[in-house]
Write a protein that binds this ligand. Structure first.
Ligand SMILES: O=C(O)CCC(=O)C(=O)O
Ligand SMILES: [Fe+2]
Length: 322
């Protein structure tokens, strides 16, 4: 994927949507939130949400404990390597994932999910954690955040359901069952030099595999989305207190391409500071069949995709990226 300098007179707008009216139960506000979200999901497939109710205290506490975790000695982190896990839980060092063939991602990560002690299925299983005295509060804070993002995800799916003309509980079981697969990965992107900036990838160009991603990013910047018609890259500029939300491949397929799963990447800007982000991937229920949602088909229109089971779809996509 070549990098093209954006035209000076062309930019992609990433809408910022305040969802507080919906959370407060305001019907008029909800109608306009549903419509803003629906059109953002169609294009550009990325938006940012504010007024989401996840406290700044929790977000800051998570960032603080993440910094402490990534600052642990390498051998302590490697003890928690995701290679120990059947469900990709745990630590990965810089360069281990490759989302764009020509570049090893310049990030380190730590993945958690719902703790399922006897996980026998794909992506299901126990988490790995550092000892409490090594990294006080890390486990508790990360799991508290995980629970909050689960709740917020359910709200986002309800808004999408309304936008798609479905009953609002349509996705509830998919997103919020005990067995719903949700992978949450924290990242640290080491700073880069002016010489290296633009030549390496924090994370290579990719689209997300699952249905919907909620991302917390700090104020460094570097996340970019691809505009296919012009072949140009555009920043997702950090907005204070906002989560970035994007449509993944599963939702694109489910909606018969009504919603767009947009290619994105992270170019680590030249900086003296690390960049931190935390992605929450809603991957759904492994046995769910993803098959064109009825309201996404005009009379006479044909589904673009064969039905696929979530587990098969994810196994293929995760397999290709590691
Ligand atoms: O760190 C970011 O800003 C984006 C991460 C991302 O795209 C991913 O993990 O899929
Ligand atoms: Fe992504």
């Amino acid at each position: 994927m070549g990098s093209v300098t954006p035209d000076s007179d062309f930019s992609v707008t990433i809408p910022v949507i305040d969802i507080s009216g919906y959370l407060a139960g305001d019907a008029a506000a909800t109608a306009s939130i549903v419509s803003a979200l629906h059109s953002a999901a169609i294009s550009p497939g990325f938006f940012q949400i504010t007024g989401h109710g996840v406290s700044s205290e929790l977000r800051l506490r998570l960032l603080t404990t993440l910094k402490a975790f990534f600052a642990l000695p390498a051998d302590r982190k490697k003890r928690l390597h995701r290679g120990n896990s059947n469900s990709l839980r745990g630590y990965e060092s810089v360069g281990e994932q490759r989302l764009e063939a020509a570049f090893a991602d310049q990030k380190e990560g730590f993945m958690i999910g719902e703790h399922l002690p006897d996980g026998k299925r794909f992506l299901q299983g126990p988490n790995q954690w550092p000892d409490e005295d090594e990294c006080p509060g890390f486990r508790e804070t990360f799991m508290e955040y995980f629970g909050e993002l689960r709740k917020l995800s359910k709200a986002m799916f309800r808004l999408m359901a309304e936008g798609l003309g479905l009953e609002k509980q349509y996705f509830d079981a998919f997103v919020d069952s005990r067995d719903s697969v949700t992978m949450c990965r924290a990242h640290r992107y080491p700073p880069t030099t002016p010489e290296q900036a633009g030549k390496t990838r924090g994370i290579g160009a990719h689209s997300d595999f699952g249905a919907l991603t909620l991302l917390m990013q700090d104020d460094i910047g570097g996340l970019e989305v691809f505009h296919r018609p012009t072949g140009t890259w555009h920043p997702v500029t950090p907005v204070k207190d906002a989560f970035v939300v994007n449509i993944g491949d599963m939702m694109e397929r489910w909606t018969n391409n009504r919603y767009t799963s947009t290619l994105h990447r992270v170019i680590t800007p030249a900086s003296t500071r690390d960049r931190y982000s935390v992605a929450f991937f809603n991957e759904g229920l492994l046995d769910q069949v993803i098959e064109c949602i009825p309201t996404c088909l005009e009379p006479g229109e044909k589904p673009l995709y064969e039905p696929v089971v979530v587990e098969e779809h994810l196994a293929k996509r995760y397999g290709n990226s590691y």
